[in-house]
Design a protein around this ligand. Structure first.
Ligand SMILES: [Fe+2]
Length: 359
């Protein structure tokens, strides 16, 4: 049978995998001859798999890819996005300069200046999940630590708003997001951007960024929570995180929120797939794998608000039909009630049918 290499965003349920697929650490994700399911496809995207070999390739999916690009393309055409884009690149440049001075020359962190950079973007008045869409459209810049840090800072600000944080706390939370990965600047860039598998030794080096970040920030006269967020943002509530395998009650709240924003940004990032995962894919992943790892007190409001923001949006279902999101299911946030023509479909009652893309 003919093997065809296809980009991961062309993958569809029931295609048959023609090779073993590994993640960047060399762990086996899927074995040869597995029939793809929506869940496996999401998992592969999450692990940064860009291309897979399959036995059966269907031409009709090209139409789907075109449709899927439409929504973000439309966002890119808006005046708000164009203006956001200009300010975003200014903020990234400033942040890059400021933070390099801190890391290489031990310069004191200028918190008012960093807050100003956040303010420049927040002044655009992009609220809620529209901010996430803007950030997703900024992907063409690059995926390096600076852009990711700014994204996480802004996502944290949105989450802080949803959690009704005071203005002061929300700025502090955003700064935690902005500085959480500062330790990555001490890790060789070739490891951060390495496309292939990391060796066990390389992975240990990359993981050290949490401690390295804390070491850098420890010397600074800044709020303790910013330092601890850098140290703890890879800890997981069930104790499976790093560097110290802390449990939920040992992890500070701000680090838990940064962890949600960090993973959300990574899931929707360029390296996974140009247009990012569909927000409902991301919600499903968090629902299926995240409830033990992230604090539900922060994760659930985040998922709920993200999901709600797509009410009245047109979407593309996995069976190829177009639908409109009508109502969110609190017990299954990735599976809302949708309308197709005159018919209402509760996706939580329809296993195998899910939202493939926002139109
Ligand atoms: Fe990190």
């Amino acid at each position: 049978m003919q093997i065809r290499k296809i980009p991961i965003h062309y993958a569809r349920a029931n295609m048959t995998i023609a090779e073993n697929i590994y993640d960047s650490m060399g762990l086996l994700l899927v074995t040869e001859d597995t029939a793809l399911t929506p869940r496996i496809i999401i998992k592969l995207k999450l692990h940064g798999v860009n291309q897979i070999g399959v036995y059966d390739y269907r031409k009709e999916i090209d139409t789907f890819v075109d449709e899927q690009m439409t929504y973000l393309d439309r966002v890119r055409q808006t005046k708000t996005f164009k203006s956001f884009q200009v300010d975003f690149s200014k903020s990234v440049d400033e942040f890059r300069k400021d933070i390099n001075e801190v890391v290489t020359n031990n310069k004191e962190i200028d918190i008012p200046k960093l807050t100003h950079e956040l303010d420049r973007l927040l002044a655009q008045n992009v609220t809620g999940s529209s901010m996430f869409e803007m950030l997703q459209c900024m992907r063409e810049y690059d995926d390096l630590t600076y852009v990711h840090s700014l994204n996480v800072g802004l996502i944290c600000h949105v989450i802080g708003g949803w959690l009704n944080f005071s203005k002061e706390d929300n700025y502090l939370l955003s700064l935690c997001g902005l500085l959480h990965d500062v330790g990555k600047l001490c890790i060789p860039k070739k490891l951060i951007t390495k496309p292939g598998k990391l060796t066990a030794e390389e992975f240990t080096t990359v993981k050290a960024h949490a401690y390295r970040g804390y070491e850098i920030l420890k010397k600074q006269n800044i709020d303790e929570r910013i330092k601890l967020a850098a140290l703890m943002h890879h800890e997981k509530c069930d104790g499976t995180g790093y560097p110290d395998g802390l449990k939920s009650e040992q992890i500070i709240d701000f680090a838990k929120i940064v962890a949600v924003a960090d993973v959300y940004d990574a899931m929707t990032a360029n390296r996974v797939y140009r247009a990012g995962l569909c927000p409902f894919d991301v919600i499903e992943l968090f629902e299926s794998d995240g409830l033990q790892k992230f604090d539900p007190k922060f994760l659930l409001p985040f998922l709920e608000r993200t999901s709600e923001s797509y009410i009245n949006h047109d979407v593309y279902l996995s069976n190829g039909q177009k639908a409109r999101v009508i109502m969110i299911n609190k017990a299954a946030l990735s599976k809302p009630v949708v309308q197709v023509s005159q018919q209402f479909i509760d996706l939580s009652q329809r296993p195998g049918l899910h939202i493939r893309a926002i139109l």
